[in-house]
Write a protein that binds this ligand. Sequence first.
Ligand SMILES: *Cc1c(COP(=O)(O)O)cnc(C)c1O
Length: 420
Amino acid sequence: MRNRIYLCLAHMSGKEMDFIKEAFDTNWVVPMGPNVNGFEKDLEEFVNKRVGRPPLDKKVVGLSAGTAAVHLALIACGVQPGDEVIVQSFTFCASSHPITYLGATPVFVDSEPDSWNIDPDLMEEAIKDRIAKTGKKPKAIIPVALYGMPYKIDRIMEIANRYDIPVIEDGAEGFGSLFNGQSLGTFGEYGVLSFNGNKMITTSGGGALICPDAEKARRILWYATQARESYPYYQHETIGYNYRMSNICAGIGRGQMTVLDEHINHHKHVQALYCEYLKDVKGIAMHGNPGPEFDSNFWLCTATIDPDLRIKGQENAYAQVITGAVGGAAGVTHAAASAVTDCQPNDNVEALRVALDAANIEARPLWKPMHKQPVYRNAPAYINGVSEGLFKVGICLPAGPYVSDDDVRYICDNIKDAIV
Ligand SMILES: *Cc1c(COP(=O)(O)O)cnc(C)c1O
């Protein structure tokens, strides 16, 4: 039996232990230290690079999670209870949950079909309508690089600048993705990175915030370390957070930076193989870069399945309540109340997922749009049907460093075999 093929497994360079050992040997087993500084410097060098143009001068702050980075970016943009924040609906919950931590309200905006990310025209419509309805501008805009694909950041920035609303780029899945040769996360006011176990690189768990300058980076760092005032004792005048990255995790990150380019190239290579092996399969389409400005890292490779394509066993899809949950570190989950919900992937997509699972291949539906999540049922949403339509027909396929050429061949053979 083959080993199970996972969507995206962490892959070590072998150098991580050297950095961790150094942290132990020098007794820097705390949430700061030489590895944190070194990792931040490596990250700055990477994200500031531009193809054919001089580098940028953004600063990066290492944090305990990408979710923490979203939270602190919102605070830095002045988000307060009662405020509204525009966020892409087609995303993982970490983009929108921190808005609610602050007592603010997410305003969900649907996607456009090219990139699958926030639709700039609908975004402007949402801004105008929120101003008309509430008398206030949204406090920030969060586009998301879903599966690594860049959003239309040129149009997003043009609109955001016109209304003078700061952009927080959620590049958690898009580390190393470029738009016009420039790293995602460096166009807006802030940029979020994640180093969770299944992302492009990992620190076991961790994240970072790309900041526009040293002063704003210092402010983020201050919030991330409990917002302390300089007295000989603890003096608190502002609520802070314990969000700093640990020096041990940063050691893993420094090791991972030595294989980052290799990881990105491998993800792109796997994407190209899927396109090659599936190009003649009717009813299955890979989601690729929609134009020359786009350079996705293909963190996950995604495909859409024609609703008319018949998959073996699809008449039995959703017959059973699922136990467990999707997600690498899903942790404790609630038992599902029913086998179905009012918004779910088509039967043929679920049947394909089950067929691949039986062949020891992990596949997953696309992320269910936030405006369809029960927890956000009362949030305002500007909808065009694109994300819901994609959720019904889409599937994520394995793409990580451990996925070999032979694995992609095996996955594609299994997809072909599953078709009636
Ligand atoms: C992973 C992820 C994050 C951040 O997640 P952490 O697990 O907290 O590092 C944020 N947004 C998106 C879209 C993500 O996929």
